[in-house]
Design a protein around this ligand. Sequence first.
Ligand code: KDG
Ligand code: MG
Length: 411
Amino acid sequence: MSGNRKLIIEDVKVIVSCPGRNFVTLKITTESGIYGLGDATVNGREQAVATYLREHVAPCLIGRNAHEIEDIWQYLYKGVYWRKGPINMASIAAVDVALWDIKGKAADLPVYELLGGKSRRGVGVYVHATGNTVEDTLDRAGELVGQGYQAIRLQSSVPGLDGSYGVLGDKKDYFELQNDRPLPPEHPWSTKKYMNSIEELFVEARKRFGNELHLLHDVHSRLTPIEAARLGKMLEPYDLLFLEDAVAAENQESYRIVRDHTTTPLAIGEIYNTIWDCKDMIQNQWIDYIRTASTHAGGITALRRIADFAALYHVRIAPHGAPDLSPICYAAQSHIDIWAPNFGIQEFVGFGTEKSNEVFSHDLKMVDGMLHVGDRPGLGVDFDEEAAAKYPYNRSYLPVSRLEDGTLWSW
Ligand code: KDG
Ligand code: MG
Protein backbone atom coordinates (compact mmCIF):
# COMPACT_ATOMS: atom_id res chain seq x y z
CA MET A 1 0.00 0.00 0.00
CA SER A 2 2.17 2.88 -1.14
CA GLY A 3 2.94 4.72 -4.32
CA ASN A 4 6.26 5.98 -5.56
CA ARG A 5 5.86 9.39 -4.02
CA LYS A 6 6.29 8.45 -0.37
CA LEU A 7 6.62 11.17 2.25
CA ILE A 8 7.89 9.37 5.31
CA ILE A 9 6.92 10.79 8.71
CA GLU A 10 10.06 11.47 10.71
CA ASP A 11 8.95 13.56 13.67
CA VAL A 12 5.72 14.25 15.56
CA LYS A 13 5.61 17.08 18.07
CA VAL A 14 2.81 18.20 20.40
CA ILE A 15 2.93 21.77 21.68
CA VAL A 16 0.55 23.16 24.29
CA SER A 17 0.64 26.96 24.50
CA CYS A 18 -1.52 29.78 25.78
CA PRO A 19 -1.28 32.86 23.56
CA GLY A 20 -4.48 34.26 25.11
CA ARG A 21 -6.17 30.84 25.11
CA ASN A 22 -4.89 27.30 25.49
CA PHE A 23 -4.21 25.54 22.21
CA VAL A 24 -2.88 22.04 21.48
CA THR A 25 -0.86 22.09 18.26
CA LEU A 26 0.49 19.08 16.40
CA LYS A 27 3.43 19.34 14.01
CA ILE A 28 4.21 16.39 11.76
CA THR A 29 7.50 16.59 9.86
CA THR A 30 8.46 14.33 6.97
CA GLU A 31 11.93 13.24 5.83
CA SER A 32 11.64 15.67 2.91
CA GLY A 33 11.38 18.57 5.37
CA ILE A 34 7.73 19.26 4.47
CA TYR A 35 5.71 19.62 7.66
CA GLY A 36 2.03 19.86 8.43
CA LEU A 37 0.08 21.42 11.31
CA GLY A 38 -2.99 20.16 13.13
CA ASP A 39 -5.12 21.37 16.04
CA ALA A 40 -6.24 19.11 18.90
CA THR A 41 -7.63 21.67 21.35
CA VAL A 42 -10.40 20.40 23.62
CA ASN A 43 -11.32 23.44 25.68
CA GLY A 44 -10.70 22.80 29.40
CA ARG A 45 -9.16 19.34 28.82
CA GLU A 46 -6.07 20.30 26.78
CA GLN A 47 -3.53 18.18 28.66
CA ALA A 48 -5.59 15.02 28.24
CA VAL A 49 -5.51 15.25 24.48
CA ALA A 50 -1.83 16.33 24.42
CA THR A 51 -0.86 13.27 26.51
CA TYR A 52 -2.97 10.96 24.35
CA LEU A 53 -1.23 12.28 21.24
CA ARG A 54 2.27 12.08 22.71
CA GLU A 55 1.93 8.72 24.41
CA HIS A 56 -0.39 6.75 22.16
CA VAL A 57 -0.56 8.32 18.70
CA ALA A 58 2.84 9.80 17.85
CA PRO A 59 4.76 6.49 18.15
CA CYS A 60 2.37 4.87 15.62
CA LEU A 61 3.00 7.56 13.02
CA ILE A 62 6.79 7.48 12.71
CA GLY A 63 7.85 5.77 9.48
CA ARG A 64 4.40 5.93 7.83
CA ASN A 65 3.73 7.51 4.45
CA ALA A 66 2.10 10.91 5.10
CA HIS A 67 0.23 10.64 1.79
CA GLU A 68 -1.92 7.80 3.10
CA ILE A 69 -4.40 10.05 4.91
CA GLU A 70 -7.35 7.68 4.67
CA ASP A 71 -5.45 4.63 5.88
CA ILE A 72 -3.95 6.55 8.80
CA TRP A 73 -7.42 7.89 9.71
CA GLN A 74 -8.88 4.37 9.73
CA TYR A 75 -5.86 3.05 11.63
CA LEU A 76 -6.37 5.60 14.39
CA TYR A 77 -10.18 5.13 14.44
CA LYS A 78 -10.77 1.39 13.98
CA GLY A 79 -7.30 0.38 15.07
CA VAL A 80 -7.55 1.67 18.65
CA TYR A 81 -10.59 -0.51 19.43
CA TRP A 82 -12.00 2.36 21.60
CA ARG A 83 -13.85 4.29 18.90
CA LYS A 84 -15.20 7.86 19.07
CA GLY A 85 -14.91 10.19 22.10
CA PRO A 86 -13.72 13.82 22.21
CA ILE A 87 -10.07 13.13 23.12
CA ASN A 88 -9.61 10.36 20.58
CA MET A 89 -11.38 12.23 17.78
CA ALA A 90 -9.54 15.52 18.41
CA SER A 91 -6.27 13.56 18.20
CA ILE A 92 -7.33 11.91 14.93
CA ALA A 93 -8.38 15.34 13.65
CA ALA A 94 -5.00 16.87 14.44
CA VAL A 95 -3.18 14.12 12.56
CA ASP A 96 -5.63 14.23 9.64
CA VAL A 97 -5.44 18.02 9.23
CA ALA A 98 -1.63 17.98 9.44
CA LEU A 99 -1.53 15.32 6.71
CA TRP A 100 -3.84 17.35 4.43
CA ASP A 101 -1.50 20.31 5.04
CA ILE A 102 1.47 18.15 4.00
CA LYS A 103 -0.33 16.81 0.92
CA GLY A 104 -1.23 20.33 -0.18
CA LYS A 105 2.32 21.56 0.27
CA ALA A 106 3.70 18.54 -1.62
CA ALA A 107 1.23 19.14 -4.48
CA ASP A 108 1.82 22.92 -4.32
CA LEU A 109 -1.95 23.41 -4.02
CA PRO A 110 -4.24 24.85 -1.35
CA VAL A 111 -6.28 22.12 0.38
CA TYR A 112 -9.58 23.29 -1.16
CA GLU A 113 -8.19 22.40 -4.60
CA LEU A 114 -7.55 18.85 -3.39
CA LEU A 115 -11.15 18.64 -2.17
CA GLY A 116 -12.56 19.55 -5.58
CA GLY A 117 -12.02 23.30 -5.86
CA LYS A 118 -14.01 26.39 -4.89
CA SER A 119 -17.80 26.35 -5.06
CA ARG A 120 -18.19 30.05 -4.18
CA ARG A 121 -16.38 33.40 -4.16
CA GLY A 122 -16.07 33.60 -0.38
CA VAL A 123 -17.31 32.09 2.87
CA GLY A 124 -20.34 33.79 4.44
CA VAL A 125 -20.01 34.27 8.19
CA TYR A 126 -22.03 35.19 11.25
CA VAL A 127 -20.59 37.21 14.10
CA HIS A 128 -21.57 37.69 17.75
CA ALA A 129 -23.31 40.63 19.42
CA THR A 130 -23.67 40.14 23.16
CA GLY A 131 -24.62 42.56 25.91
CA ASN A 132 -26.00 43.00 29.38
CA THR A 133 -29.17 44.61 28.09
CA VAL A 134 -31.16 44.44 24.86
CA GLU A 135 -29.97 47.94 24.05
CA ASP A 136 -26.27 47.10 24.61
CA THR A 137 -26.61 44.00 22.46
CA LEU A 138 -28.29 45.86 19.62
CA ASP A 139 -25.77 48.73 19.82
CA ARG A 140 -23.02 46.15 19.34
CA ALA A 141 -24.98 44.56 16.50
CA GLY A 142 -25.26 48.02 14.92
CA GLU A 143 -21.46 48.39 14.99
CA LEU A 144 -21.08 45.00 13.30
CA VAL A 145 -23.62 45.90 10.63
CA GLY A 146 -21.57 49.06 10.05
CA GLN A 147 -18.52 46.86 9.45
CA GLY A 148 -20.36 44.98 6.69
CA TYR A 149 -21.53 41.85 8.52
CA GLN A 150 -24.82 40.46 7.29
CA ALA A 151 -25.53 37.77 9.88
CA ILE A 152 -25.41 38.32 13.65
CA ARG A 153 -25.89 36.03 16.62
CA LEU A 154 -27.68 37.90 19.43
CA GLN A 155 -27.19 36.96 23.11
CA SER A 156 -28.37 39.21 25.93
CA SER A 157 -28.29 38.77 29.71
CA VAL A 158 -31.46 37.43 31.24
CA PRO A 159 -32.86 40.07 33.65
CA GLY A 160 -32.52 38.84 37.22
CA LEU A 161 -29.67 36.43 36.45
CA ASP A 162 -26.02 37.40 36.83
CA GLY A 163 -24.66 35.79 33.71
CA SER A 164 -26.14 34.11 30.69
CA TYR A 165 -24.60 32.13 27.90
CA GLY A 166 -22.27 34.18 25.69
CA VAL A 167 -22.49 37.25 27.98
CA LEU A 168 -19.39 37.36 30.09
CA GLY A 169 -20.21 40.08 32.63
CA ASP A 170 -17.03 41.83 33.66
CA LYS A 171 -14.99 40.04 30.97
CA LYS A 172 -14.15 42.45 28.18
CA ASP A 173 -14.75 39.96 25.44
CA TYR A 174 -15.23 36.36 24.47
CA PHE A 175 -11.51 35.83 23.90
CA GLU A 176 -10.56 36.05 27.54
CA LEU A 177 -9.67 33.01 29.57
CA GLN A 178 -11.88 32.11 32.50
CA ASN A 179 -8.80 31.32 34.62
CA ASP A 180 -9.03 33.97 37.29
CA ARG A 181 -10.70 31.30 39.46
CA PRO A 182 -9.13 27.95 40.39
CA LEU A 183 -12.33 26.02 39.63
CA PRO A 184 -15.07 26.48 37.01
CA PRO A 185 -17.06 29.69 37.50
CA GLU A 186 -20.76 29.06 38.19
CA HIS A 187 -23.61 30.86 36.42
CA PRO A 188 -27.25 30.81 37.51
CA TRP A 189 -30.01 29.75 35.12
CA SER A 190 -33.78 30.04 35.07
CA THR A 191 -35.70 28.81 32.03
CA LYS A 192 -38.76 30.79 33.14
CA LYS A 193 -36.83 34.09 33.30
CA TYR A 194 -35.19 33.34 29.94
CA MET A 195 -38.46 32.46 28.22
CA ASN A 196 -40.08 35.61 29.63
CA SER A 197 -37.36 37.91 28.29
CA ILE A 198 -35.90 36.45 25.09
CA GLU A 199 -38.60 37.57 22.63
CA GLU A 200 -37.97 41.25 23.32
CA LEU A 201 -34.41 40.95 21.97
CA PHE A 202 -35.71 39.85 18.59
CA VAL A 203 -38.70 42.23 18.55
CA GLU A 204 -36.32 45.14 19.08
CA ALA A 205 -33.73 43.77 16.64
CA ARG A 206 -36.25 43.60 13.80
CA LYS A 207 -37.52 47.11 14.69
CA ARG A 208 -33.99 48.47 14.56
CA PHE A 209 -32.51 46.54 11.61
CA GLY A 210 -35.52 45.58 9.48
CA ASN A 211 -35.94 42.21 7.79
CA GLU A 212 -32.81 41.87 5.64
CA LEU A 213 -30.26 41.19 8.38
CA HIS A 214 -29.80 37.51 9.28
CA LEU A 215 -30.30 36.88 12.99
CA LEU A 216 -29.21 33.82 14.98
CA HIS A 217 -29.36 32.70 18.60
CA ASP A 218 -27.57 30.03 20.68
CA VAL A 219 -29.56 28.42 23.52
CA HIS A 220 -26.59 26.29 24.63
CA SER A 221 -28.69 23.21 25.34
CA ARG A 222 -30.57 24.75 28.27
CA LEU A 223 -34.12 23.71 27.33
CA THR A 224 -36.13 20.52 27.32
CA PRO A 225 -37.52 19.41 23.93
CA ILE A 226 -41.01 20.81 24.53
CA GLU A 227 -39.60 24.12 25.85
CA ALA A 228 -37.36 24.30 22.80
CA ALA A 229 -40.40 23.69 20.60
CA ARG A 230 -42.20 26.58 22.31
CA LEU A 231 -39.18 28.86 21.86
CA GLY A 232 -38.94 27.96 18.17
CA LYS A 233 -42.62 28.86 17.71
CA MET A 234 -42.22 32.07 19.72
CA LEU A 235 -39.33 33.22 17.51
CA GLU A 236 -40.91 32.32 14.15
CA PRO A 237 -42.09 35.91 13.44
CA TYR A 238 -38.47 37.15 13.67
CA ASP A 239 -37.21 34.83 10.91
CA LEU A 240 -33.98 33.45 12.42
CA LEU A 241 -31.35 31.99 10.13
CA PHE A 242 -31.10 29.34 12.81
CA LEU A 243 -31.71 28.57 16.46
CA GLU A 244 -28.66 26.75 17.81
CA ASP A 245 -28.47 23.98 20.43
CA ALA A 246 -32.04 24.54 21.58
CA VAL A 247 -31.87 21.22 23.41
CA ALA A 248 -29.11 18.72 24.16
CA ALA A 249 -29.55 15.70 21.94
CA GLU A 250 -27.62 12.70 23.13
CA ASN A 251 -31.05 11.27 22.42
CA GLN A 252 -31.40 12.40 18.82
CA GLU A 253 -35.18 11.74 18.86
CA SER A 254 -35.53 14.88 21.01
CA TYR A 255 -35.22 16.91 17.85
CA ARG A 256 -38.29 15.30 16.37
CA ILE A 257 -40.37 16.96 19.09
CA VAL A 258 -38.86 20.37 18.35
CA ARG A 259 -39.21 19.90 14.59
CA ASP A 260 -42.85 18.83 14.81
CA HIS A 261 -43.81 22.16 16.36
CA THR A 262 -41.83 24.88 14.64
CA THR A 263 -40.55 26.11 11.29
CA THR A 264 -37.65 28.02 12.91
CA PRO A 265 -34.52 26.46 11.33
CA LEU A 266 -32.51 24.35 13.78
CA ALA A 267 -28.74 23.89 14.16
CA ILE A 268 -26.68 21.61 16.38
CA GLY A 269 -23.37 19.75 16.45
CA GLU A 270 -20.45 21.74 17.88
CA ILE A 271 -19.72 19.10 20.54
CA TYR A 272 -20.24 16.09 18.27
CA ASN A 273 -17.30 13.81 17.60
CA THR A 274 -18.54 11.69 14.72
CA ILE A 275 -21.24 11.43 12.12
CA TRP A 276 -22.94 8.87 14.38
CA ASP A 277 -23.80 11.61 16.87
CA CYS A 278 -26.01 13.36 14.32
CA LYS A 279 -26.91 10.65 11.81
CA ASP A 280 -30.56 10.27 12.84
CA MET A 281 -31.17 14.00 13.08
CA ILE A 282 -29.77 14.51 9.59
CA GLN A 283 -31.42 11.49 8.02
CA ASN A 284 -34.83 12.38 9.43
CA GLN A 285 -34.42 16.02 8.42
CA TRP A 286 -35.05 17.19 11.99
CA ILE A 287 -32.29 19.82 11.66
CA ASP A 288 -31.23 22.31 9.01
CA TYR A 289 -27.57 23.00 9.86
CA ILE A 290 -24.88 20.69 11.20
CA ARG A 291 -22.22 22.53 13.21
CA THR A 292 -19.49 19.91 13.62
CA ALA A 293 -15.98 21.39 13.74
CA SER A 294 -12.89 20.05 12.06
CA THR A 295 -11.04 19.54 15.36
CA HIS A 296 -13.84 17.90 17.31
CA ALA A 297 -15.32 15.68 14.62
CA GLY A 298 -12.19 14.02 13.25
CA GLY A 299 -10.60 16.45 10.81
CA ILE A 300 -11.06 17.32 7.15
CA THR A 301 -11.63 13.69 6.15
CA ALA A 302 -14.51 13.31 8.62
CA LEU A 303 -16.02 16.75 8.04
CA ARG A 304 -16.09 16.16 4.30
CA ARG A 305 -17.96 12.89 4.90
CA ILE A 306 -20.48 14.58 7.20
CA ALA A 307 -21.01 17.34 4.61
CA ASP A 308 -21.64 14.85 1.81
CA PHE A 309 -24.03 12.81 3.95
CA ALA A 310 -25.89 15.95 5.10
CA ALA A 311 -26.28 17.14 1.51
CA LEU A 312 -28.51 14.15 0.75
CA TYR A 313 -31.03 15.51 3.28
CA HIS A 314 -30.86 19.26 2.52
CA VAL A 315 -28.84 19.86 5.68
CA ARG A 316 -26.11 22.50 5.33
CA ILE A 317 -22.85 22.79 7.23
CA ALA A 318 -22.23 25.68 9.63
CA PRO A 319 -18.96 24.81 11.45
CA HIS A 320 -18.34 25.92 15.01
CA GLY A 321 -15.96 28.90 15.11
CA ALA A 322 -15.58 29.97 18.75
CA PRO A 323 -12.24 31.39 20.03
CA ASP A 324 -11.20 28.06 21.55
CA LEU A 325 -10.82 26.64 18.04
CA SER A 326 -7.27 27.43 17.00
CA PRO A 327 -6.40 29.24 13.76
CA ILE A 328 -5.34 25.82 12.39
CA CYS A 329 -8.82 24.37 12.95
CA TYR A 330 -10.31 27.54 11.52
CA ALA A 331 -8.21 27.33 8.37
CA ALA A 332 -8.99 23.62 7.94
CA GLN A 333 -12.73 24.17 7.99
CA SER A 334 -12.49 27.27 5.82
CA HIS A 335 -11.16 25.01 3.05
CA ILE A 336 -14.19 22.74 3.57
CA ASP A 337 -16.51 25.79 3.60
CA ILE A 338 -15.25 27.17 0.30
CA TRP A 339 -15.60 23.74 -1.33
CA ALA A 340 -18.76 22.15 0.17
CA PRO A 341 -21.73 22.36 -2.21
CA ASN A 342 -24.01 22.39 0.86
CA PHE A 343 -22.16 25.08 2.81
CA GLY A 344 -24.48 27.22 4.94
CA ILE A 345 -22.58 29.71 7.10
CA GLN A 346 -19.37 29.87 9.19
CA GLU A 347 -19.23 31.24 12.75
CA PHE A 348 -16.59 33.99 13.04
CA VAL A 349 -15.30 35.72 16.18
CA GLY A 350 -12.28 37.57 14.78
CA PHE A 351 -8.79 36.55 13.79
CA GLY A 352 -7.48 36.22 17.34
CA THR A 353 -5.55 38.40 19.74
CA GLU A 354 -2.18 40.12 19.36
CA LYS A 355 -0.51 37.19 21.14
CA SER A 356 -2.22 34.48 19.10
CA ASN A 357 -1.37 36.34 15.89
CA GLU A 358 2.27 36.33 16.97
CA VAL A 359 2.14 32.52 17.28
CA PHE A 360 -0.12 31.63 14.34
CA SER A 361 0.01 33.31 10.93
CA HIS A 362 -2.60 32.59 8.25
CA ASP A 363 -3.72 33.84 4.86
CA LEU A 364 -7.44 34.20 5.56
CA LYS A 365 -8.96 37.63 4.91
CA MET A 366 -12.26 39.22 5.86
CA VAL A 367 -13.68 41.51 3.17
CA ASP A 368 -17.14 43.08 3.54
CA GLY A 369 -18.37 40.43 5.93
CA MET A 370 -17.08 37.54 3.82
CA LEU A 371 -14.13 35.27 4.56
CA HIS A 372 -11.61 34.71 1.76
CA VAL A 373 -9.38 31.65 1.75
CA GLY A 374 -5.86 32.31 0.47
CA ASP A 375 -3.90 30.43 -2.18
CA ARG A 376 -0.90 29.30 -0.14
CA PRO A 377 -0.18 25.57 -0.57
CA GLY A 378 -1.66 23.38 2.16
CA LEU A 379 -3.77 25.02 4.86
CA GLY A 380 -2.13 28.43 4.55
CA VAL A 381 -1.31 28.51 8.27
CA ASP A 382 2.02 28.64 10.07
CA PHE A 383 3.06 28.25 13.70
CA ASP A 384 6.01 29.97 15.40
CA GLU A 385 7.33 27.54 18.02
CA GLU A 386 9.64 30.11 19.62
CA ALA A 387 6.81 32.58 20.05
CA ALA A 388 4.57 29.81 21.44
CA ALA A 389 7.21 28.93 24.06
CA LYS A 390 6.73 32.41 25.57
CA TYR A 391 3.13 31.53 26.45
CA PRO A 392 2.96 28.39 28.62
CA TYR A 393 -0.22 26.44 29.32
CA ASN A 394 -2.56 28.10 31.78
CA ARG A 395 -5.28 25.88 33.28
CA SER A 396 -8.73 27.24 32.54
CA TYR A 397 -12.25 25.88 32.81
CA LEU A 398 -15.50 26.60 31.06
CA PRO A 399 -18.24 27.78 33.45
CA VAL A 400 -20.98 25.52 34.76
CA SER A 401 -24.66 26.43 35.21
CA ARG A 402 -26.95 25.84 38.15
CA LEU A 403 -30.67 26.42 38.54
CA GLU A 404 -31.59 28.92 41.23
CA ASP A 405 -32.14 26.03 43.70
CA GLY A 406 -28.60 24.75 43.06
CA THR A 407 -29.39 21.92 40.61
CA LEU A 408 -26.60 21.47 38.08
CA TRP A 409 -27.76 22.40 34.56
CA SER A 410 -26.24 22.53 31.07
CA TRP A 411 -23.99 25.54 30.60
O1 KDG B 1 -15.69 25.57 24.27
C1 KDG B 1 -17.03 25.95 24.28
C2 KDG B 1 -17.29 27.13 23.36
O2 KDG B 1 -16.65 26.94 22.15
C3 KDG B 1 -18.78 27.31 23.13
O3 KDG B 1 -19.34 27.77 24.31
C4 KDG B 1 -19.03 28.31 22.02
O4 KDG B 1 -21.33 27.62 21.84
C5 KDG B 1 -20.36 28.19 21.36
C6 KDG B 1 -20.52 28.80 20.05
O5 KDG B 1 -21.58 28.57 19.44
O6 KDG B 1 -19.59 29.45 19.59
MG1 MG C 1 -22.81 27.13 20.32
